[in-house]
Design a protein around this ligand. Structure first.
Ligand SMILES: Nc1nc2c(ncn2[C@@H]2O[C@H](COP(=O)(O)OP(=O)(O)OP(=O)(O)O)[C@@H](O)[C@H]2O)c(=O)[nH]1
Ligand SMILES: [Mg+2]
Length: 296
């Protein structure tokens, strides 16, 4: 019998906002550890998602969508996070949307590493109805960069993810696993709890509002099998507080209930969750404040 060597390595997932990077990572690891939404720039923190097989361990690094169109302290911090990730991985998944090869995608090409394999991952395959047009689209994109490989997937519908893993696996270096086999993320439950609340803000509030809010865990306690979690949502202005709370407290209640259900699923146990709102002004452009939240 020959011993198959174990492979383990880091795989960065990068791309412009909203192409489906976080959805892809969640489906690759089979658990929802990175938040997703229809709005661009949902992801603000790097999140590692771990997928372990008999002979390989993939450590995916989900990154914030890279963009330079809107300047500001927050974007600079997010973009730096992407650049740092790219310098230190074994393989890169460069994600784009099927049939959309935009200026914002191309902007990222100069940042891609030269000595690390970069795979082109064309997501949202379910939206591309015309096969011939898709083939031509792939050729157009391939002409712009020396990709190590190409795969077409639908993250949301779990299509062709096994094929993608097959292409990434041989790129991982020979190494012992870095994490226990049942571990799906390196992030703490405390971090994940705050992220889940942030996801609900993105899902249930209007276009602009969630970007000016932040979320802070004020208490996280284990009481037997029960987790007691208190979370504050920090808003810029008094008026935003009213919108978030909603008529008769309905909106905040919906947000907390959905967040609690997601936490119970992810933590596999009962959660007692309290969410409240605090006013804090001017955070979006205050780098010092971003640092307090570990975003630097
Ligand atoms: N139709 C379709 N939609 C998808 C697919 N994958 C992701 N989406 C949707 O695309 C939107 C963005 O998904 P995210 O995973 O949050 O995208 P992201 O690239 O992580 O975005 P940022 O974190 O903002 O950069 C969500 O509404 C997803 O449901 C897919 O395969 N097909
Ligand atoms: Mg994301």
């Amino acid at each position: 019998m020959t011993d198959t060597p174990f492979h383990c390595g880091f795989v960065a997932i990068v791309g412009r906002p909203n192409v489906g990077k976080s959805t892809l990572m969640n489906h690759l690891i089979g658990q929802k550890v990175s938040i997703t939404s229809k709005k661009a720039q949902t992801t603000r923190h790097r999140v590692n998602g771990i997928h372990t097989e008999d002979t390989a361990q993939f450590v995916f690094v989900d990154t914030p969508g890279f963009q330079t169109f809107h300047k500001g302290a927050l974007n600079e911090v997010l973009n730096r996070s992407v650049k740092e990730t790219l310098s230190d991985v074994d393989c890169v998944l460069f994600v784009i949307e099927a049939m959309r090869w935009t200026g914002a995608d191309k902007e990222l090409l100069p940042l891609l590493p030269k000595h690390t394999p970069v795979m082109l991952v064309i997501n949202k395959l379910d939206k591309a109805k015309d096969k011939q047009a898709l083939m031509e689209f792939i050729e157009t994109v391939k002409a712009d960069f020396a990709f190590a490989d190409v795969e077409v997937v639908s993250a949301k519908h779990g299509q062709r993810l096994a094929e993608l893993l097959d292409k990434v696996r041989p790129r991982l270096p020979e190494s012992m696993p870095l994490y226990p086999e049942d571990m799906v993320t390196d992030k703490s439950e405390r971090f994940l709890a705050a992220e889940i609340v942030r996801e609900k803000l993105f899902r249930y509030l209007g276009e602009e509002l969630p970007y000016s809010m932040n979320v802070e865990v004020e208490q996280f306690e284990l009481d037997g099998a029960l987790r007691r979690i208190h979370i504050a949502v920090l808003v810029d202005k008094e008026g935003q507080k009213g919108i978030l709370i909603g008529k008769g407290g309905e909106k905040l209640k919906k947000i907390s209930t959905e967040a609690r259900l997601d936490m119970e699923k992810l933590f596999d146990g009962k959660v007692y969750l309290e969410v409240w709102v605090k006013v804090k002004s001017g955070w979006a452009d205050d780098v010092r404040f971003l640092k307090e939240f570990g975003l630097h």
